[in-house]
Design a binder for this molecule. Sequence first.
Ligand code: URA
Length: 238
Amino acid sequence: MRLQKFLAHSGVASRRKSEEIIFAKRVKVNGEIIDNPAHDVDENDIVKVDNRLVSLNEKNLYYLLNKPTGVVSTASDEKNRINVVDFIESDERLYPVGRLDMDTSGLIILTNDGDLTNKLTHPRYELPKTYLARVRGIPTPKELEELQNGVLIDGKKTKKASANIERVFKHESLVKITIEEGRNRQVRKMFDYINHPVITLKRIKIGNIDIGNLLEGSYRKLKKEELDYLKNFSNENR
Ligand code: URA
């Protein structure tokens, strides 16, 4: 098996990240630094990352976390801030599928299945993601239509989206928006474009997987049908 695949299967990181780790010369096979992702390894080889032994992991784990705001969604953070992985009580090395901004709350998937992560985070096959955005003011039907048809952010038009007002307050409103891309701070930038800046943002759905009544900071295992859905999605969209 390719070294890169070995690392992903072992839960070290996604395939793409594993490649970076290999290129960074952080991987030793039988005591020798190997910087070739295609290097052939099997279970008899001693593979170490940053001098820590890595072994093939047959048990894949999948969790859903309701991320609170103020938490970073990287598995390791150079500033040592609290991150999404800290919430899960597991001895396995888990990492998040995609990311949410520190100031965004809501659904995030954590797993040690590098292959699935790799497929689900491929920019060409993004799952639809649904957010509840509390925004300043009340967008007009024309502004919502702009969001739906695509607006220019960072010099590039956003793909078709759906956006509907859920609730109206005196000076604010709650808008449900579904996008099929994951560009940097995309939802916030889309609402900035129509001059209704986001006050709070929460992801409530990934594909058809719904946050339900999972409390902030709580997590649960993915249900079998949810995992089947994700696997089917990633296979259909290869
Ligand atoms: N869009 C944003 O602006 N932030 C997120 O965290 C996710 C989508």
